[in-house]
Design a protein around this ligand. Structure first.
Ligand code: HEM
Ligand SMILES: *[C@@H]1O[C@H](CO)[C@@H](O)[C@H](O)[C@H]1NC(C)=O
Ligand SMILES: *[C@@H]1O[C@H](CO)[C@@H](O)[C@H](O)[C@H]1NC(C)=O
Ligand SMILES: *[C@@H]1O[C@H](CO)[C@@H](O)[C@H](O)[C@H]1NC(C)=O
Length: 295
């Protein structure tokens, strides 16, 4: 894959861009640690659909953002705020797609996760398409072969899929997304299932939006506890536990349990790769002035 992105892209045109984004994201995470999770998830959902072009952030009927695949995705205002701060120092220079890629790295660092170098020069799309989000994003009830296939279609291998799933070491999920597993699965620690059922009623209704941490041990710290949970059959989503279910990825999970720095390294490398899926560069795309609108 030819890569036109460079770490020095804004060195002349906006030398304080990276510092400004970092200040904004660090403040957002201190206000609410979940913002780290929200920003990292935004990058994933943007890059998997039409590439890393900030198409997810566009408002409008029929937009990716309105797709059921992005229902429950939050944190858009964190990126809007970072963009506004950058626009104040360098109007019309730094793309929303680059801001999102940098923000995800800064969010990881803010919850004590790994850091990595972000290459820059992405440009922003002017369109998005809700139905593509539905077909390109994996779902929480996917089995292992579906997960592998979904990431392979985006050029990410199985090991990268497992490493990237490690971002479920932070953040929250809604009862509607883990109900089937805690009531029906057999590959789940019974005490864990019982405790999750206390705040997630079996029947659809009032409790649908009740939240539980994806990592029950340290939900606001980026560490390898997600993988320790999987080995104990305490993954929250069907797609989480699919990574450790007497199948081909078990050995990757146990390697990340034994060796947290291996996980940190692989996660950073996989985030770089994910954040470089099909960028718009050169004369393609635009630099949006606000991330929510095409112009
Ligand atoms: C492997 C396939 C994946 C599936 C099936 C999946 C699915 C989900 C689901 C169902 C939720 C809960 C959403 C809700 O209840 O509203 C969630 C949350 C989250 N996902 Fe994933 N995800 C996957 C991979 C990833 C990747 C690659 C990343 C980032 C690199 C990521 C980052 C997150 C984060 C940080 C949250 C918590 C967000 C919050 O606090 O609201 N996920 N994911
Ligand atoms: C959106 O994407 C779908 C599936 O890729 C395609 O069939 C449809 O024509 C697209 N819609 C627009 C408005 O581009
Ligand atoms: C995974 O799910 C798909 C779609 O439901 C199904 O066709 C496939 O057989 C499943 N694979 C395994 C190994 O369970
Ligand atoms: C569990 O499985 C049963 C039987 O397949 C199904 O009717 C039910 O909707 C599933 N989910 C829950 C939360 O019980």
């Amino acid at each position: 894959m030819p890569c036109n992105l460079t770490t020095t892209f804004y060195d002349k045109t906006c030398p304080n861009a990276l510092k400004t984004i970092k200040t904004s994201i660090t403040a957002a995470v201190s206000r609410n640690p979940r913002n780290a999770a929200l920003v990292i998830r935004l990058l994933f959902h943007d890059c998997f659909v039409q590439g890393c072009d900030a198409s997810l952030l566009l408002e409008g009927s029929g937009s990716e953002k309105r797709s059921p695949a992005n229902d429950g995705v939050l944190g858009y205002e964190v990126i809007d705020d970072a963009k506004a701060a950058v626009e104040r120092i360098c109007p019309g220079v730094v793309s929303c797609a680059d801001i999102l890629a940098v923000a995800a790295r800064d969010a990881s660092v803010a919850v004590r996760g790994p850091s990595w170098l972000v290459r820059l020069g992405r440009r922003d799309s002017t369109t998005s398409n809700a139905s593509q989000a539905l077909s390109d994003l994996p779902r929480g009830n996917f089995n292992l072969s579906q997960l592998i296939e979904s990431f392979a279609r985006k050029g990410l291998n199985t090991r990268e899929m497992v490493a990237l799933s490690g971002s479920h070491t932070i953040g929250l999920a809604r009862c509607t997304r883990f109900r089937d597993r805690i009531y029906n699965a057999s590959n789940i620690d019974p005490a864990f299932a019982a405790s999750r059922r206390e705040n997630c009623p079996r029947t659809t209704g009032n409790g649908d939006g009740n939240l539980a941490p994806l990592d029950l041990m340290t939900p606001n710290t980026f560490d390898n506890n997600y993988f320790k949970n999987l080995v104990g059959f305490r993954g929250l989503l069907i797609s989480d536990q699919a990574l450790f279910n007497r199948d081909s990825t078990d050995s990757i999970v146990t390697a990340y349990v034994r060796n947290p720095s291996k996980f940190a390294y692989d996660f950073g490398a996989a985030m770089v790769k994910m954040s470089e899926i099909d960028p718009l560069t050169g004369a393609a795309g635009v630099i949006r002035t606000v991330c929510t609108a095409a112009s």
